[in-house]
Design a protein around this ligand. Structure first.
Ligand SMILES: *Cc1c(COP(=O)(O)O)cnc(C)c1O
Length: 392
């Protein structure tokens, strides 16, 4: 009899040999500039905790209060008995923050993308998708059954050419990431809007890394470019800058209403907990009250990137706090990450399939939680390891 599991062992061995095996580290402290990782205190360069909200006292208090009032579990999907007044309040507050008609929240950014793409297009339709879009957009597009037409990364002309060549279809949805999570570059949204308006197509932007980061006080990429009312659908996550967990869709009221009827993760998977929703509401309070954290995030980003370039590192095409340190082959990136860790700096390496083959890197995530002394400490470690491994 054949061993049903042998192929999996072989594949896992392959991953190890190619330097593509994920060694998952375990965190034993709250999120912040420093973490306890695998029993060691290390400088945190890899969280998406852009604004330092993940361990913020007012968010924690809001969550605790919500647990006292509502308990811990939602006990239902949103469409049956899972919609709390907190969920609706969060959706309304997010809509006001974003300056859109309405929003609908989901369990994650990933679920938001699956719900939206599969909710808006089907077998007779087309998705025009940037070739570097996030995995959840790709999965949502596949799930929808629509024909998927990829266009060259951040290239509005290539998008328009694909639209013209697409042939017959019923409906079409154009989708781009707002900020691309592996490179930190920003979609040329004004030009993409012009193309979609010229062809009268729905436009969806996944702004997971732009919410709380770009625009006035972190209002996102649409605000950053002043494109209010011209982007049909914005996907946000509550798990990155907002510091909690969850996702949402900001859109025309018809689209939000439709997703409440037909967004499958909304209908078939339980709601986020009261504690999550309450903590998110407290995050919106902070974002609305002041731009202080967003300003600090950008000051930290400017300082760190300038110094990394001065040291001679290739930090790619980033225009955001996402700072890829390009290293090429995956084993080198893994070695670099291990050497940083020996110097108490936690920065993970990324290889295929997260990034293309031969483009392995360390991705540093800058946060408002960092102080200048933290950044200097990190820069020193990068300089030492970079020289040791012959990268700079
Ligand atoms: C992180 C991310 C998501 C997923 O968000 P979660 O809330 O973590 O599920 C979706 N899209 C993009 C572009 C992301 O970077």
């Amino acid at each position: 009899m054949t061993d049903k599991l042998q192929w999996i062992r072989d594949e896992l061995d392959n991953l190890r040999q190619q330097g593509l095996y994920n060694n998952i580290r375990t965190i034993d402290s709250a999120q912040g500039a420093w973490l306890n990782v695998d029993g060691k205190r290390v400088l945190n360069f890899c969280s998406n905790n852009y604004l330092g909200l993940a361990n913020e006292p007012s968010l924690k208090m809001a969550a605790q209060k919500a647990i006292d009032q509502y308990g811990v579990g939602p006990a239902a999907v949103r469409t049956i008995a899972g919609t709390l007044s907190l969920h609706r309040k969060l959706e309304q507050r997010l809509a006001a923050f974003k300056g859109v008609a309405d929003t609908i929240s989901f369990q994650s950014g990933f679920a938001s993308n699956l719900a939206t793409v599969a909710g808006l297009v089907g077998k007779e339709d087309v998705v025009f998708s940037d070739e570097l879009n996030h995995a959840s957009i790709i999965d949502g597009s596949r799930l929808s059954g629509a024909r998927i037409i990829r266009y060259a990364h951040n290239n509005p002309q290539a998008l328009e050419d694909q639209i013209k060549q697409a042939g017959a279809y019923r409906r079409a949805l154009v989708i781009t990431d707002g900020v691309f999570s592996m490179d930190g570059d920003i979609a040329p949204l004004p030009d993409i809007v012009e193309v979609t308006e010229r062809h009268n197509l729905l436009l969806m932007v996944d702004d997971a890394h732009g919410e709380g980061v770009l625009g006035r006080g972190g209002r996102g990429i649409v605000d950053h470019f002043g494109l209010h009312g011209r982007v049909d659908i914005e996907i946000g996550t509550l798990s990155k800058a907002f510091g909690v967990v969850g996702g949402y869709v900001a859109a025309h009221s018809e689209i939000v209403e439709w997703l409440r009827q037909r967004g499958r993760p909304f209908l078939f998977s339980s709601a986020v907990t009261a504690a999550d929703a309450a903590a998110c509401l407290a995050a919106v309070d902070i974002l609305e009250a002041s731009t202080e954290r967003v300003d600090k995030l950008w000051n930290n980003t400017g300082y760190f990137k300038t110094e990394m370039k001065r040291l001679g590192f290739d930090i790619g095409r980033s225009a955001t706090p996402i700072t890829p340190v390009m290293l090429g082959e995956a084993p080198l990136a893994q070695q670099f990450s291990r050497s940083l860790f020996e110097r108490d700096v936690f920065a993970m390496s990324l290889g295929f399939p997260t990034v293309p083959k031969g483009k392995a890197r360390i991705r540093v995530m800058i946060s408002a939680a960092h102080e200048k002394t933290d950044l200097d400490r990190g820069l020193e470690a990068f300089a030492q390891v970079g020289k040791e491994l012959g990268v700079i």
